[in-house]
Design a protein around this ligand. Structure first.
Ligand code: PLP
Length: 400
């Protein structure tokens, strides 16, 4: 089935094709309706077909599509200012088309900072087990997942991978070669694992003591998904030097950004970096519209309220199905459950019952709905999951 077209076979999509979307729902050609609780993997934060983003894109489409960074990009300047006004550390922004590119820019920025400060030997980037930072050469090496590295030649030097949450290992690994620590405040791909707020704070302290840079990957957990504009804002005094964002900040239009302090970005002068489409007017029109919406206090309050309701509902599901649900995971609307039955099978069952979900590492069912969902959508999803969990009881236990 996967071999009847000319696409690379890197994905194995189910037969359903979605031709129309509205809010939290997707529809097939013959009108079958699916409740979308994955939103293009944490992307369509305002739901499908939201007039706010649709109109922003259409209006810009009539003006100018593309000129590149070699000319003035007003939309990019506006959005950069919004990020910098909203985030105390933020002073400089580089726009990209994707999350991996935002991470690439973040890592280049960190190495250049040390190079320019007389420490060219500081090029190592420390990351943690379960990390995911993208699929380019540098980002698979940063992530360190052997499954993603295998077959693609020798590993790149300059990356150090440590166990998740092992402070002693971290202290030991830091040397005069360390440039930066790169971490997701909430691991997405790795199994929806939030880093405790106290850990974020101690990472910040450690980086200050050692003179190294702290980089957050908020590609998946940012854009108001946890109920704060960016997930690290739940922790006090834990701001990064550099942060990569993408996915939700574009609401479904491909865009990302690397956001940095002035000091960290000082070396990124003409000739050091570039991107043909970075700051593209269409992307910036959508990015500005998304930001204006997701940064409203009442929008963030809604995310907190609906995600608390979802958590309660998931807790009762866990009580009801102790032989299926192992552990609740995540933060806000980047959430899921570690299962005792194969998560991939449960995800397939959900699809058959009209619920779109995802899966992640550690045998977790991953859910990342649009942030505009209501309690009714949560009840509907929970109703479907209840059916799936009943069916899943007869499956063999998951064997890691
Ligand atoms: C998706 C993701 C990326 C990569 O983003 P792309 O847009 O697919 O390149 C990087 N980091 C995290 C945490 C992600 O979830």
């Amino acid at each position: 089935m996967a071999h009847d077209d000319n696409l690379y076979d890197c994905y194995k999509p189910p037969a359903q094709e979605f031709v129309r979307g509205e809010g939290a729902y997707l529809y097939t050609e013959n009108g079958d309706k699916y409740l979308d609780f994955i939103a293009g993997i944490s992307v369509n934060c305002l739901g499908h077909g939201n007039p706010i983003t649709v109109n922003a894109l259409k209006e810009q489409a009539d003006k100018v599509w593309h000129v590149s960074g070699m000319f003035q990009l007003t939309g990019a300047k506006q959005l950069a200012k919004k990020y910098c006004d909203a985030l105390p550390f933020a002073e400089k922004v580089f726009f990209t088309n994707s999350g991996a590119e935002a991470i690439e820019c973040a890592m280049k920025t960190a190495r250049k900072y040390h190079y320019d400060n007389g420490n060219p030997q500081r090029y190592e980037i420390i990351t943690f087990q379960g990390a995911f930072h993208g699929r380019t050469f540098a980002t698979i090496n940063a992530g360190g997942n052997p499954k993603y590295l295998k077959g693609f030649g020798p590993n790149l030097p300059g990356f150090v991978h440590l166990p998740f949450g092992d402070h002693d290992a971290l202290k030991e690994a830091i040397s005069d070669k360390t440039a930066a620590i790169l971490v997701e405040p909430v691991q997405g791909e790795g199994g929806l694992r939030p880093l405790p707020e106290v850990c974020l704070r101690s990472l910040r302290e450690l980086c200050d003591e050692e003179g190294i840079l702290l980089i957050y990957d908020e590609v998946q957990c940012g854009a108001s998904r946890t109920g704060k504009l960016f997930a690290h804002q739940w922790a006090e005094n834990a701001e990064p030097d550099i942060m990569a964002v993408a996915k939700g900040v574009g609401g479904g239009f491909p865009m990302g950004a690397c956001i940095a302090t002035k000091a960290a970005a000082a070396g990124m002068v003409p000739g050091t970096h570039g991107s043909t489409y970075g700051g593209n007017p269409l992307a910036m029109a959508v990015g500005n519209a998304v930001f204006d919406e997701i940064s409203k206090p009442e929008f963030l309050q809604h995310v907190v309220k609906v995600s608390n309701f979802l958590k309660q509902q998931f807790e009762s599901l866990k009580d009801e199905f102790p032989d299926v649900v192992d552990e609740l995971r995540g933060k806000g609307l980047l959430c899921g459950m570690k299962l005792k039955k194969p998560a991939l099978d449960v995800r397939k069952m959900a699809l058959e019952h009209g619920l779109l979900g995802g899966s992640a590492g550690d045998n977790t069912l991953r859910l990342a709905p649009a942030l505009i969902i209501t309690e009714d959508h949560v009840r509907e999803a929970v109703g479907i999951l209840r059916k799936c969990f009943k069916e899943a009881q007869s499956l063999d236990d998951f064997e890691g």
